[in-house]
Ligand binder design. Structure first.
Ligand SMILES: [Zn+2]
Length: 203
């Protein structure tokens, strides 16, 4: 997705997972929330995003991945940037559970695989860079269920919050074995229709 736009994607989840590896009190707290499938508190996440946006990444726009997850985060965002569009991926719960529980991610380049539907050519090895694939610690059936509950409670209200305020670009997935490229193509089509002031290439 990111390479199609020529603008950076900022994943607060990835940043938090990196931070969680450190040996600090903050890292320990982050690990505790994640190991329960809970969201890391707004105060921490907002601070991380603020620092990231203060770096040189935001001149030509950016994609936020996994942010905002709460109303508090959405309101904070309004204080430091403009939100041109919301990308909403609509996926039935059973597909999410299936996909997340068989997801594997490359340690080196972040490419995402699925040991059932999008297998790497060699088990455990990234097709793109030869890196090692791993499973996220929260991609277990129990924690996936918990994360879905947290989504319903804390994140779903954002749909109402943004309705009529910010345009939505939607992708609907109804089948489990559809390659991600198809959803990406659908989103790019939707974004083009919005005529956003994006620099660089779009699709
Ligand atoms: Zn890789």
């Amino acid at each position: 997705m990111q390479s199609k736009f020529d603008i950076p994607a900022i994943s607060t989840g990835d940043i938090l997972r990196e931070m969680a590896k450190e040996e600090t009190q903050l890292a320990k707290e982050i690990r505790e929330f994640m190991s329960k499938g809970e969201l890391v508190p707004d105060k921490i996440v907002i601070e991380i995003l603020k620092e990231k946006l203060a770096e040189d990444v935001s001149k030509n726009g950016f994609i936020l991945d996994g942010y905002p997850r709460t109303l508090g985060q959405a309101k904070a965002l309004e204080n430091f940037t403009r939100n041109d569009a919301i990308i909403r991926l609509r996926v039935p719960e059973w597909i999410l559970v299936e996909r997340l529980s068989s997801r594997r991610i490359c340690k080196a380049c972040g490419a995402v695989y699925n040991i059932r539907f999008l297998k790497p050519k060699n088990p455990g090895i990234c097709d793109k860079c030869g890196g090692q694939l791993y499973q996220r610690i929260d991609d277990t059936p129990k924690l996936i269920k918990e994360r879905l509950k947290v989504y319903e409670r804390q994140t779903r209200p954002l749909i109402e919050y943004y309705k009529g305020k910010v345009p939505f670009v939607e992708s609907n997935t109804e089948k489990i074995d559809i390659p991600p490229d198809i959803a990406v193509a659908e989103i790019i089509k939707g974004l083009k229709k919005l005529n956003l002031p994006l620099k660089g290439k779009l699709g």
